[in-house]
Design a protein around this ligand. Sequence first.
Ligand code: AMP
Ligand code: MG
Length: 400
Amino acid sequence: MAFLKVVPLEKALEVIDSFPLEPKVERVPLGEALGRVLAEDVVSPINVPPFDRATVDGYAVRAEDTFMASESEPVRLKVIGEVNAGDFPDFELKPGESVYISTGAPLPKGADAVIQFEDVDRDGDEVIIYKPAYPGLGVMKAGADIPKGKPLLKRGTRLGFKETALLSAVGLAEVPVFRKPKVAVISTGNELVLPGEGLKPGQIYDINGRAIADAVRELGCEAVFLGIAKDDRESLKALIEKGVECCDIVILSGGASGGIRDLTSSIIEELGEVKIHGIAIQPGKPTIIGLIGGKPVFGLPGYPTSCLTNFTLLVAPLLRRLIGRESEVRKVKKRLAHKVFSVKGRRQFLPVRIEGEKAVPILKGSGAVTSFIDADGFIEVPENVEILEAGEEVEVTFFG
Ligand code: AMP
Ligand code: MG
């Protein structure tokens, strides 16, 4: 495979789209469903509430028994007992009868209204009613909240606490969700060390390992950080092999630019196939896309801002597709805060920060980690454009 045979971004996306990966469904206990994405539409299997239920504490009556009630001529009904939440009354209320009922308790047969106890007087085994009740007063009918068969949630919904509460309300103990793809993350470079270790001269802390792993997690997938590979064949090959073994997708950063120590592409070629090496975008020209044993392997640029931009452009759409979230909008239109210059003949992606309706370009260069830390996303400057004017409409793609 020739080094840097650059292809357009669209071609790279096409190749990724053709990879042999499909969304998979698994069933998880409701208690583990938070944050997951629903893989099937859900309709309610039951009526909620399942029975006609009192919404106040008071007296269940036959409304027609109270139609003649007034302040001057109250109606007296016999109180034949009480029904509490959790009980199920197996008797029928006869004309002239009432029963004490608490909030949430099922109405006995025959009863069609509940008068709250504050509005009546109790006199021994009788209740004194001063104004008419109407059918449905103080009652929530079976299924009035959620009728059986009602569509509740659509495939592709990300489950927050409201959605898990709804699933709980209809008694679903197991939820069909998209299986989280497992993504191996590898940093490469002799200069890199992990936080917690001291920095020796010439060393820097690893940024991409953390950034990619957590971007993967934020998207709702599983990340396995395999650590830092040295710029030598054995070290890098061992970690790539480990990644392909344990995960569905492998993401490397650094070591993709064809330098003397940049081994990623030759190892991918040895273990599988390099599909693309070089995309006609800036940053991201040295990006590698390959397949090993049917599993996608991405070699992203080393500079953190470049790395995360390419992750967002290339890997995030694949991950979103695999967990059923492809429809989620990750773009907004804003106005450019000030003029920017670009290189003609290069399709460029520029980090920007969003301030209200404005997109503020961040021009520290991709070598600065704060370029992407300070940014919310990036904008595209097309190939044939040299200058974007202040106030021009731009589309911001959010990172991750
Ligand atoms: P490379 O693509 O390996 O030549 O790396 C390009 C630049 O990105 C170099 O300055 C590297 O030190 C830097 N770099 C590569 N990987 C990382 C990383 N994981 N964290 C922070 N900086 C990195
Ligand atoms: Mg390197």
